[in-house]
Design a protein around this ligand. Structure first.
Ligand SMILES: NC(=O)c1ccc[n+]([C@@H]2O[C@H](COP(=O)([O-])OP(=O)(O)OC[C@H]3O[C@@H](n4cnc5c(N)ncnc54)[C@H](OP(=O)(O)O)[C@@H]3O)[C@@H](O)[C@H]2O)c1
Length: 287
């Protein structure tokens, strides 16, 4: 049995769909049972566990051949990343108690970076889970193509997309969540000894300008990228309600300056199949 956290979200849902298609038994780990109903109807065992509840997670992971661990995204962490530290400790306790056969942890590109930034949350969790002796794969995907969901309405209505990724002709390692879910499902089914890192990006790197031209082709209207001046980010993010925008700003700097990159660079990363055009088409259709 494969226990899947984050199953009601993008990547977890893709992982589960791939496992069900391979006729594997899936345990849907949800924090709200009503949200898991659709998965129960697809034949999943349904259990409730919050990512911060070690006891519930232990029960959810017990008896699993493999566990997929996804922590919820957080854009505004405490300056000392105490939320990630707490999740790391909780996950370590639950996994050590349940002792599943293997674990795939959804981490991120740049988890090895030494400069503090938003992705440090995953660095912290990787380090703590790395203390466990069970087989663990740290799956480190690039920037999700689905982040473009934030741009659909501005592309459609105004023909202008604000870009924090700069310069707008710089290639960025991006990947579709469909590829992440497919690869994660494969990794969950592979026997493994020890720990490993798998870095994953799409079939080719994508520039912000390519996002604009792809939207333009799909929408049948001109669309351009407009870089948001770096000096305005802090006040902009604070005006949007963020208390601690520094980690997010540092993460964007890391992509733009190139120090958020795969440990083994572009040549060493695994490549997905799903192209940007297919992802944007789906985002436009589901608008
Ligand atoms: N976006 C990127 O470019 C990028 C790149 C690399 C890595 N990542 C990482 O990918 C992960 C996000 O994946 P995603 O986009 O698939 O997420 P998502 O679609 O936002 O889904 C989040 C999932 O987490 C669940 N969740 C939220 N709070 C929870 C809690 N307290 N306890 C248990 N479950 C909880 C949600 O359940 P509900 O339905 O109940 O809310 C949902 O299933 C993050 O760890 C992020 O750092 C993102």
């Amino acid at each position: 049995m494969f226990a899947i956290t984050g199953i009601t979200g993008k990547v977890g849902g893709e992982v589960a769909r791939n496992l069900l298609a391979a006729n594997q038994p899936v345990r849907a780990v949800v924090r709200d049972l009503s949200k898991g109903e659709a998965w129960a109807q697809l034949g999943c065992d349904l259990v409730r566990a919050d990512i911060n509840d070690a006891g519930a997670l232990t029960s959810a992971f017990k008896g699993a051949e493999s566990v997929f661990v996804l922590v919820p995204p957080s854009f505004d962490p405490s300056p000392d990343f105490q939320e990630a530290r707490a999740m790391a400790a909780t996950l370590r306790t639950a996994l050590a108690a349940a002792r599943p056969g293997r674990v795939v942890y959804l981490s991120t590109i740049g988890a090895q970076a030494t400069q503090s930034n938003l992705l440090t949350q995953h660095t912290i969790i990787e380090q703590v889970l790395g203390e466990l002796s069970m087989p663990i794969t740290f799956l480190r995907p690039g920037w999700f193509m689905e982040n473009c969901s934030w741009d659909v309405s501005s592309a459609t209505n105004d023909g202008v997309i604000s870009s924090f990724l700069q310069p707008v002709d710089k290639q960025v390692p991006m990947v579709a969540t469909a590829d992440i879910g497919r690869v994660a499902a494969e990794l969950l089914q592979e026997t493994l000894k020890g720990h490993r890192v798998v870095e994953l990006e799409g079939p080719h790197r994508v520039t912000p300008n390519e996002i604009a031209t792809t939207f333009a082709d799909l929408l049948g209207r001109p669309v351009r990228m407009e870089p948001v001046p770096r000096e305005t980010w802090e006040s902009l993010f604070k005006s949007q309600g963020m208390k601690n925008p520094t980690p997010r700003i540092k993460m964007l700097d890391g992509f733009n300056e190139g120090w958020i990159e795969f440990e083994s660079g572009e040549p060493g990363s695994r490549k997905g199949r799903v192209k940007l055009e297919a992802v944007l088409q789906t985002l436009i259709e589901s608008r």
